[in-house]
Design a protein around this ligand. Sequence first.
Ligand SMILES: [Zn+2]
Ligand SMILES: [Zn+2]
Length: 415
Amino acid sequence: MLLRILLLLGCLTLAVLGAEDFYKLLGLQKDASEREIKKAYRQLSKKYHPDKNPGDDSAHDKFVAIAEAYDILIDEETRRIYDQYGHEGIQQHKQGGGPRQHHDPFDLFRSFFGGTGHFGHGGGERRGPNMEVRVAVPLRDFYNGRKTEFTVEKQAICSSCEGSGSADGHVETCDLCGGRGVRIVRQQLAPGLFQQVQTHCEKCGGKGKMIKHPCPVCGGSRVVREPETHELHIEKGMPQGVRITYENEADESPDWVAGDLIVHLVETEPRLGQEDHERTDGTFFRRRGKDLFWREVLSLREAWMGDWRRNITHLDGHIVQLSRKRGEVVQPNHVEVIENEGMPVWHQLLENNAEEQYGALHVEYVVVLPDQMEKSMEKDFWNMWEKYRKKSGVVLDKEWGRPEGPIKMPEHDEL
Ligand SMILES: [Zn+2]
Ligand SMILES: [Zn+2]
């Protein structure tokens, strides 16, 4: 007897151990919000959908398991039972005829992405239009890489009625048109002469279906407009305007599988922010491909006499130091190219297994002359110039052989 009990206990433990934890399955913490549960389902169900993994039984099993985990966790009552009693509690609840109807995994998928619960790539499945949005981020994020979020408003399948449009789930086929949405009517053209014409069914408005009690959330339209937040992973060195595709995240409709959401990642206009990291010189670098451009202002004294130093703060906060020793002249508009201080090269543009690479920083020097001077200073400079002008000054006009007056052009015969 004891042995039988032990054996029985052993079997029970095995059965419970055999089922994977629902939270783990969806990659969630125990305190996950409803939004997080939905998001996890959206991501995983696309990944393991059998249409995407043909012939892979383990993917199919996972797809089914994910749907089950979602169903249990999204419902407050079953989630509470699961949290307290685990898989066993859910089993008992099911046997006790729990009120909740469980989804077919493909029905569940359809209630998220529309269509027939299958993917739209080929196979004759109707596919909704793609949606394109621009997301602008500062140059800093292209340089450092960053994980962030953005929100778009889109048409979503009403989750209250799961896209049926009906408050009680009952959708009836229109009895007038038999669900076709159109009717053939006979029109009398002349006595004894009839013509058959196809018209829109007026009873169901051409839908072929009728709902007695429309869903209070969507008013029977089966869809709602709502904001949706997506994660955005900006990779170091991504090119300006790069397209990032979010599969099946465009407008949803029960009539088709949602198209793709395509994000164009662009650069915001640089502007001075409040925080230190938003005020670095790098904020105002200009980018062209993998190179960066910057203008540095020098005074006349610095440009001419040398002996100066500048710290430029780069986009990640490190310092690029520029300097000249005494006697090193910088000509106006001179461009100094500093290797490896440009943008990181996006990994997709690197050769296989290549190490991190960076473009160059191009520093253009702008020389600013003083337009005001102290009287005494002006006098000093003037006198000094006069001294050296008399000694070794040249008049460039003469040096270059320029004429003193206008030149008369030779006359040509008119053609
Ligand atoms: Zn009808
Ligand atoms: Zn609804």
